[in-house]
Ligand binder design. Structure first.
Ligand code: NAI
Length: 455
């Protein structure tokens, strides 16, 4: 019904023969993207209503310049979170989730979290309900953007597991009945069971229950299935995009059976599923002298590991040693912002949440309530996110045109206040900057795009 109404509305509005259709999938599960496609868009809260229309405007220009009238997007506006509540619906309405599933690919602006109100994050809900298990965040230095780094060497794609870890939301408040039962069980029943099992199975596991009675408790599940499918995607990405290494990041020295297991499963995936394509750090040093160019030339991807705190050191000291990172949910959250800071901050950090059937494109940043409504928000992250989406659709020329024009615009010193202050140039308003990106695109479109792969 919604679709029919949208198509009818579109034909009436534009008087064209174009019939907008949703994306479907073929028998192999691959996306089938019609030339005139309907893409749902959740504009979100805070700065969302300012940056989303600008992003749609630049995408429209990119498509027009790359394909003329042969391709186009009809946006289908949807709402979750407090806007859905205000419309008398659920926080994450079932019909919205259903519509998103029917369309396979959608974009989302930042959505406010209900802090302290007890409602689960709409963002986390969407990732869970659509099983968007990979959060993919490319972080790369853009010319013209002033960064806090002495040398701009960051060019990394972070694969963050999206469905497990402490983000599962299994938490028990201090003094709640379930927290009390859990603490009693862990302090008094588990030590007895541990002794018993050690005796029966002739093992020697050390366990003492010494949890303080006034604790809140959080549970951290990390599964073999969840870890392996994320790491598999990261390795495949490295192969497809000719990247030299995949770094497995976890604090396995402390959390052996969760973060340590994640790293161990990573090596298993590489050995079992990518034989001959990956090498360990030992082999990398022994056979290629620690030179990524040499291992890359030999078609080998280095599978290396870092303890989380050491990786945070590398974010600053040795970003060039990391190309693709695979890590769990919480580490990935922290690392994404840390890496984003090295290239100029959240305003330039795009992202995609991808599963086997659906994909949600959203920037790393939130709704920035402190600057909302002032026409000063930086839409670059959402523009780059749109470029990722176009690439995902297979519309690579438009994707490349958009990302290149963003680089040119910034390199020419045209940027919003958050970046302009640091670069010492005049700040453009959100809409002025968007117009500058479109003008760069028009200039670039006159040159024929050569490369068809997007970052
Ligand atoms: P935030 O990312 O919204 O803001 C952090 C700081 O960065 C603020 O000073 C803000 O002004 C600045 N900033 C962020 N994006 C910017 C942009 N595009 N241009 C210029 N400056 C920008 O993080 P915060 O304040 O922690 O969260 C605000 C709300 O957003 C919360 O309700 C949070 O839960 C939600 N949020 C939603 C996300 C999503 O929808 N994926 C992700 C992160 C937060």
């Amino acid at each position: 019904m919604i679709l029919q109404a949208t198509n009818r509305f579109n034909r009436l509005k534009f008087g064209q023969q174009n019939s907008f259709q949703p994306i479907t999938t073929n028998a192999q599960g691959k996306l089938v993207v019609p030339a005139h496609v309907i893409i749902p868009a959740i504009e979100g809260d805070g700065i969302g209503p300012e940056i989303m229309p600008q992003a749609q405007k630049v995408v429209k220009a990119a498509i027009r310049l790359a394909y003329g009238l042969t391709r186009s997007i009809q946006w289908l506006p949807l709402a979750v979170g407090k806007k859905a509540l205000a419309a008398g619906k659920q926080w994450v309405p079932d019909d919205v989730v259903e519509t998103l599933k029917q369309h396979h690919v959608f974009v989302k602006g930042p959505v406010d979290t209900d802090v302290g109100g007890g409602l689960p994050s709409a963002n986390v809900q969407l990732r869970k309900r659509l099983d968007l298990y990979q959060c993919v965040r490319p972080v790369k230095v853009l010319k013209g953007v002033k960064t806090p780094m002495k040398e701009d060497k960051t060019d990394v794609v972070i694969f963050r597991e999206n469905t497990e870890d402490l983000y599962k939301g299994i938490e028990f408040e201090k003094d709640s009945p379930l927290a009390k039962v859990l603490i009693f069980t862990l302090n008094h029943i588990f030590p007895v069971l541990n002794k018993l099992f050690n005796a029966i199975f002739k093992t020697n596991h050390h366990y003492i229950g010494d949890i303080r009675e006034d604790s809140g408790i959080g549970i951290k599940p990390i599964s073999e299935f969840g870890s392996k499918r994320l790491i598999r995607s990261a390795i495949q990405y490295a192969i497809d995009h000719n990247r030299p290494s995949v770094t497995l990041v976890g604090k396995g020295n402390i959390m052996k059976y969760t973060e340590g297991a994640f790293v161990k499963w990573g090596y298993e995936v590489a050995k079992d599923e990518f034989p001959g394509k990956t090498i360990t750090a030992d082999e990398f040093w022994k056979d290629y002298g620690g030179d990524y160019k040499k291992s890359q030339a030999a078609g080998k991807i280095v599978l290396q590991e870092r303890i989380t705190d050491a990786e945070f050191q590398d974010v600053i000291l040795n970003p060039q040693n990391h190309s693709v990172i695979a890590t769990m949910n919480l580490n990935g959250d922290y690392l994404s912002d840390a890496f984003a800071a090295t290239v100029g901050g959240l305003g330039v950090a795009p992202g995609a949440n991808v599963g086997d059937e659906y994909a949600m494109f959203e920037s790393t940043h939130g709704s920035a309530p402190d600057i909302a409504g002032k026409n000063i928000a930086n839409p670059t992250a959402l523009f780059l996110t749109m470029a990722l989406m176009l690439d995902h659709l297979g519309w690579k020329e438009a994707s490349l045109l958009l990302s290149k024009s963003i680089e040119t615009t910034l390199a020419n010193g045209k940027m919003t206040g958050d970046l302009a202050r640091k670069a010492g140039v005049k700040a453009l308003k959100t809409d002025e900057y968007s117009q500058a990106v479109i003008e760069s695109m028009e200039a670039l479109a006159k040159e024929k795009p050569k490369d068809t792969s997007a970052a």
